[in-house]
Design a protein around this ligand. Sequence first.
Ligand SMILES: [Zn+2]
Ligand SMILES: [Zn+2]
Length: 326
Amino acid sequence: MSTPMHERHADLFHAGDLPPPAELGDGITVLPLPLNGSALRSVMVYTIATSAGIVMVDAGYRHPTCWDAAVAGMVSAGQRIDDVVAVLLTHNHPDHVGFADSVREASGAEVVMHVRDDFATQRHERGGFLEQLSAVLASTGAPAEVVTEMYDAAVGVAVHHESLELDRVLTTATTDLVFGDTTIRAVHTPGHTYGHTAYLHLGARALFTGDTLMPEGPTQLALAPLAGDDPAGDLLASLRRIADLDPAMGCAAHQYPYADVARRALALHDHHAREVDEVARLASTYDTAWEIAPHLTWAKPWAAMGPGTKRFSLVHTHALLRAVRA
Ligand SMILES: [Zn+2]
Ligand SMILES: [Zn+2]
């Protein structure tokens, strides 16, 4: 558990309700948007008021309910979508990049993301999302009929906006982005994806953490289709890096904004390090992710998992096994 910035926001999240937009100080506003039908319940977009205009962090899902909630939330905060000068994307997942190009169309904002999550780069390195998933499932040791079932189920939900074009591509470990009176430091934090980037508002010491760490629960590791991929090792390094930054506020993309970021980052680091240790222990008895996954500790017992949860757990185990063998 982490300490919420606003108890009410956390209470509404726990009750399964959508919290209203809220000011977090230093010109930062949180806009919770509905993710209907998703276990994540909601995704949060943040706006940062600067002397150069509004900077938006992440861009929800590509769905009218998300877009309408973002526009209405900005209006309630006295902001307008056409005042947005930049959309800073934490990573290239469908619930984060959804309406980035609609904001650009409305305002001329520049869309910013790390090169390793740029679709063209990803496709060159690892193939498209479904090709990556197919390669990973094929190397988990799962029976062919399970692989087919899991892949077919993923195709149905993998609405992935992979063609988004970027105006500015981040290529270094840190990049300072200056918007009038406000400097935002882009910090490369791979693990959940290879190009995941957290954004540190230097004045407010607020860190926009995307999906790298949330106030509650584990972090989902990136697909690891290549032999050299080690998203678990990447995530552990990213969490240590976030703890070193010691932010005053964590602006997560799901759940709620929270206060004790460094403590939370270290606790999550230890959780995933223990997972790697557990897989290392099991790897002396078993060969494949498919054999190991049922023996790990999950929120729900392996046998009780639906096919979607089982797929997430299996590709997570596959990534942990990469860390063991790296
Ligand atoms: Zn994500
Ligand atoms: Zn997400």
